[in-house]
Design a binder for this molecule. Structure first.
Ligand code: ADP
Ligand code: TRP
Length: 320
């Protein structure tokens, strides 16, 4: 099965991103033909300046490779290295009713947040449709906010197919229903916009400082601690198996340790979990030529498929 997903590179990754999106996505490469790209044309719609967009693109590549994306199994590239999607984007625009785009929640949300209402922002879903359709994608793993865009892709493809024959595969979205919302240090959903995130690649001191800021109740030392609604417990259990989680519960209930101990323990868990990834990331950042090689190979492979598809489309609609 061909599975494709685009990554919006938007800065530092946090633990919520990792457990909510990256880990489940990376696991897909074990069973499917996975295609993953860094959506830098899409990021342009909200980009502040050239240096930041470049940095975010490089960071995303190093982050995904170090956290387990395996270039032997997954085709990985930068969107703008396969410019054929822009040609298809224009062609698909003809099959995109204005009303369809006017109903897009994501566009309305972004404008409500103060992002200038440009044509690129408005037509963002058409480019996303081109990304998906140009590779004959069958499944698209996305967060809930992106389901509508996959539905729009199906609408556009159906309209095209009705007029010109069965050219496009109709993709389906794939949403990780069972992924819990990871809490931030204040107990709200962890998000880079709420200043409550624990970043994956923090240095050790900063990580301990962040963990120390986790809000917990004020049970005096010596009394059993509640683990049910405790943020430290919720975060720690992400890194533990069943038996270890039960052991941690017992430690909470014994009343012999305070929240300070568990904050230190949580920091150790996070630090250990990402030790290998940290090393790999440092290596990749030091050997960017290797990263560029991987991305180039990926682009070459994706581009060959995209070129062939684009030719079929152009021929079908009469572009000579
Ligand atoms: P943020 O809220 O930090 O801006 P994004 O909206 O960029 O995060 O999310 C990127 C991906 O990470 C999405 O697929 C989203 O579902 C997932 N994600 C983000 N925060 C969390 C969280 N707290 N718990 C679970 N998944 C999350
Ligand atoms: N819009 C997606 C997001 O914000 C990123 C994206 C761009 C994408 N093109 C895609 C995702 C194609 C899946 C398939 O997360």
């Amino acid at each position: 099965m061909r599975v494709l997903t685009g990554i919006q590179a938007s800065g530092k990754l946090h633990i919520g991103n990792y457990f909510g999106a990256m880990k489940p996505m990376i696991e897909l490469q074990e069973e499917h033909e996975l295609f993953t790209f860094i959506a830098n044309y899409h990021s342009l719609t909200t980009s502040k300046d050239a240096a930041t967009l470049k940095q975010y693109t490089i960071d995303a590549a190093a982050d995904y490779l170090s956290l387990g994306l395996d270039p032997e199994k997954t085709t990985f590239w930068i969107q703008s290295h396969v410019p054929e999607v822009l040609e298809l984007y224009w062609i698909l625009s003809k099959f995109t009713p204005m009303g369809l785009l006017e109903r897009a929640h994501s566009y309305k949300d972004k404008v409500a947040k103060g992002i200038p209402a440009s044509h690129a922002l408005f037509s963002y879903p058409v480019l996303m449709a081109a990304d998906i359709l140009i590779l004959d994608t069958q499944k698209v793993p996305v967060g809930k906010d992106q389901i509508q865009h996959v539905e729009m892709t199906r609408d556009i493809a159906t309209k095209f197919n009705n007029e010109y024959g069965e050219i496009f595969v109709l993709p389906e979205h794939m949403v990780q229903e069972d992924v819990a919302t990871i809490p931030g240090i204040d107990g709200q959903k962890m998000s880079k916009s709420y200043d409550n995130a624990i970043d994956i690649f923090m240095d050790e001191k900063a990580l301990q400082k962040k963990c120390n800021k986790i809000i917990s109740s004020s049970t005096p030392l010596g009394e059993p601690l509640e683990y049910e609604n405790d943020n430290i417990f919720a975060l720690a259990s992400l890194f533990l198996d069943k038996r270890e989680t039960l052991e941690l519960q017992a430690r909470y209930q014994s009343g012999q340790e305070g929240y300070g101990h568990f904050k230190k323990y949580l920091k150790e868990l996070i630090w250990e979990e990402f030790a290998k990834a940290r090393e790999k990331r440092a290596y990749y950042l030091d050997h960017m030529d290797e990263v560029n090689d991987i991305l180039e190979q990926g682009a070459k492979k994706a581009r060959a498929i995209a070129k062939a598809k684009l030719e079929t489309v152009k021929d079908a609609i009469g572009l000579i």
